[in-house]
Design a protein around this ligand. Sequence first.
Ligand SMILES: [Zn+2]
Length: 123
Amino acid sequence: MGLVLIHRPGALKMKIAKGDTVVVRRGKEKGKRGTVKAVFPRIGKATVEGLNVVKRHSKQGFGGAKSAGIYEKEAPLPISALQYVCTKCGTPSRVKYKLSPEGKKQRICGRCGEVAAEPVKGR
Ligand SMILES: [Zn+2]
């Protein structure tokens, strides 16, 4: 997709990371919470454990399915529809950033200031 120009660096900064608890702000799963399973920054989407589950037909062995038939799978949700939920105060909150004493960027809860867990690497 060479046509996508990013004019504002940081505009697409991912506030949601794998392992975060999020709440869905719109759509059919609105109000539900779950844990982020995977983030797809290039398409601006993320899958959330147990949310937006769709049924897929599979052939035997496809995608690690144990047997042929129908299996359920989380479909990606737009990251813009997800809001970070602080694990300490349990409140959907804005994510802020601060530098640790070591000069490392940390995500903190905009409400209580709790430092968010380090984003989990990999998928
Ligand atoms: Zn908090």
